[in-house]
Structures are given as structure tokens and as C-alpha cells.
Design a protein around this ligand. Structure first.
Ligand code: G3H
Ligand code: 13P
Ligand code: ZN
Length: 332
């Protein structure tokens, strides 16, 4: 199924009903909240994200990773996203939605997404030396901006291991670099590393040890150097322990998990952090509910009977995030 670069004719994101992130971030900055960026790989996740954000009147960034494109097929994903926009219109009062490439790792991938209906892309060259990161990010910006597509860059490296995002150690963002990077590249937003990481195992804690606080001092220093500039937080799942317990109760084995405490995300959302990325929490919800159905109804074999309840629970979780963590509910 690997098919990374779609090849059909250029499609503008406006035709698909999306917006770029510029106005979203301006409003988030002005009003002290963060726009949710939720990843999707399949129909149920996408339905849940759209339903939750429409119900809670929250703008939303629909995030597609390279892995998601390889899994679901880039063309199908794009049409699914378009279908979600049409569904929202039919339901009435659609909310602003961006279609965003998460962790793009090459100019070619970013260009393919821009040509195929994405309104926003991330070029993640953060593991490369500074000058290479800046040059590649600028190359993407130079292609994106004439098409009115917004670009997210990254400075600093997050730890965490996922299919396409893998780094053993984190390197905090050096605030001394941000002003030059933003000026040199022309990016619209900047992902920084202040202690979050990807996945469900964010911290190796000894028994009794607490999750270390995020480096709000680095965030404050970044804000001072680039006032009013939109900051992005990756690796921001809280790794909700209720779902971990449910997974383990129904036959799973996830030990030593830890995420970012919700009150720290709330604090970040009130700052220049305008976009908060959440994927793992959605994965945990789906896994927990599906495991429960399988354990309680071992004869069940209709996918709608386990994916449906998982979707319902996802809607609840996303609404809760919008309302109580990101502060994005009721903003549109
Ligand atoms: O930050 C990475 C996202 O959680 C996407 O993960 O590359 O496994 O789709 P993925
Ligand atoms: P989590 O693994 O914490 O959900 O982070 C997701 C993310 O950063 C997507 O880019
Ligand atoms: Zn990420």
C-alpha cells in the first residue's frame, strides 16, 4: 500500500473547503487558547474529530502524517477529508478546519501535499544541523506562500519513538536561535521542544517519581524573542490513565506510561502556544474501547460493533480536550 506521493492534478485546499492556519492562530493568540491538531488515519477517527469540534464549536487542524498517507493512501485520505467537510456543511454551521501535513520530512512530500489540497504543512528538519534545517524550511516556505499555504517549522528535537518520528534524546530549543530562524525562513509557526515527547511513554519514571514540569522558562524566553509569534507544541498527549487502566484490565499490557499533565497544557494554551498536537490519546481511546468490546462480547465480529463505540468515546475525549484543556471550545 506504500504510496507516498499522489500524482493527480493540482487541487487547491479552498476547493476542498479548508482554510490555512493564519487566522486561526491570530484568534488563538489574541484570546489565549490553542487550536487542537488531531491526527487521523481512518474514517472513525476523522468522523470523531469533526463531530467533536463541530459540537464544541472549536476550530480544528486535521493532521495527516507520512505514516497515515502510507497506511490509508494519500488520495483516499484527501477525499475523506473533503467528505468530512461536506458532512460538516450538511450538518450545518461548519467550523474552520485546516488540512495539515504532520512531520513532513522532505521538500517533495510537502510539495505533493500543497499540490493536493493541504492548507498547511510542517517541514520537520529539526534533527538536521541548523543551517540545513533553515535552508530546507525556507525552500518549503518559498513554494507554499505563493499558494497561500502556511508552514510550520521546528527547532529543537523531541524524544519519542513512533513509525516516522524517532529520536532517543530530546534537545530543548535554544531561544537564542528562534529569531534568526523565523526571519531566515519566513515560517508561519514554530514547533519548539520544552520537555514534551511523542508516544505513550514520555518519561522513564522511577516508582513514586512525578512527571517533570515543562520548561516554561524556555517558552517565556522564546516569547520574549519573537513576541506574538505562533508556537506549536508536539507530543502533547496526556496519556489518560483511565484508558491505560482499561487497556490493561481487558488483556493489554502497557506499563510505565506517562504523559503531559492537563494543567500544564492549559497553562501553555494561554501563552503563545497556538497549536497543540494530540495523537496518542486518540489511539489509547480506540484501543481501550475495542479491547473492552472484544473481552465482553467474544462472539462479536461486526467491525461496526467495536469501531462504533470507539468512535463515540473518541468524540467525548476530544470534546473534553477542547473544553477543559485547550480552551478552543465556543470560539467559532
Ligand atoms: O507525531 C507523530 C504522530 O503521532 C504521527 O505518528 O507517524 O505513527 O503516524 P505516525
Ligand atoms: P502525542 O504522541 O503526544 O499524541 O503527540 C502527537 C504529535 O506530536 C503529532 O505530531
Ligand atoms: Zn509531532
Amino acid at each position: 500500500m506504500a504510496n507516498t506521493v499522489a500524482s493527480d492534478k493540482t487541487v487547491s485546499y479552498r476547493e476542498l473547503g479548508f482554510v490555512n492556519t493564519r487566522e486561526m492562530f491570530q484568534d488563538a493568540m489574541k484570546n489565549g487558547y490553542a487550536v487542537p491538531a488531531y491526527n487521523f488515519n481512518n474514517m472513525e477517527q476523522l468522523q470523531a474529530i469533526i463531530t467533536a469540534c463541530q459540537k464544541s464549536r472549536s476550530p480544528v487542524i486535521l493532521q495527516v502524517s507520512k505514516g497515515a498517507r502510507d497506511y490509508a493512501n494519500p488520495t483516499l485520505l484527501r477525499w475523506m477529508a473533503r467528505g468530512a467537510m461536506e458532512m460538516m456543511k450538511e450538518l450545518g454551521r461548519p467550523v474552520p478546519a485546516a488540512l495539515h501535513l504532520d512531520h513532513g520530512d522532505s521538500f517533495e512530500l510537502c510539495r505533493s501535499c500543497i499540490d493536493n489540497g493541504f492548507s498547511s504543512v510542517m517541514i520537520d528538519a529539526s534533527a538536521k544541523p541548523y543551517a540545513e534545517n533553515a535552508a530546507l524550511t525556507k525552500q518549503v516556505v518559498d513554494y507554499a506562500h505563493p499558494r497561500d499555504v502556511t508552514v510550520e517549522g521546528e527547532l529543537g528535537v523531541l524524544a519519542g519513538i513512533e513509525e516516522h518520528v524517532s529520536s532517543e534524546k530530546s534537545h530543548y530549543t535554544d531561544p537564542a536561535d528562534v529569531e534568526d530562524f523565523v526571519k531566515k525562513t519566513g515560517v508561519d509557526s514554530l514547533a519548539i521542544s520544552i520537555g514534551t515527547s511523542h508516544g505513550a511513554y514520555k518519561f522513564k519514571l522511577k516508582p513514586g517519581e512525578k512527571v517533570p514540569p515543562l520548561r516554561f522558562d524556555i517558552l517565556a524566553e522564546v516569547e520574549k524573542r519573537i513576541p506574538g509569534f505562533p508556537i506549536v507544541l508536539h507530543g502533547a498527549s496526556s496519556v489518560l490513565q483511565g484508558y491505560i487502566a482499561m487497556i490493561n484490565r481487558f488483556g493489554g499490557k502497557m506499563e510505565g506510561t506517562a504523559g503531559i499533565p492537563e494543567e500544564q497544557l492549559r497553562r501553555a494554551a494561554k501563552s503563545a502556544v497556538c497549536k497543540i498536537n494530540i495523537d496518542s490519546d486518540g489511539r489509547l481511546v480506540m484501543t481501550a474501547v475495542i479491547r473492552k468490546v472484544f473481552a465482553e462480547k467474544p462472539g462479536e465480529f461486526d467491525p461496526r460493533k467495536y469501531l462504533g463505540p470507539a468512535r463515540e468515546e473518541l468524540v467525548k475525549m476530544y470534546m473534553e480536550k477542547n473544553e477543559t484543556v485547550l480552551g478552543s471550545a465556543g470560539r467559532c
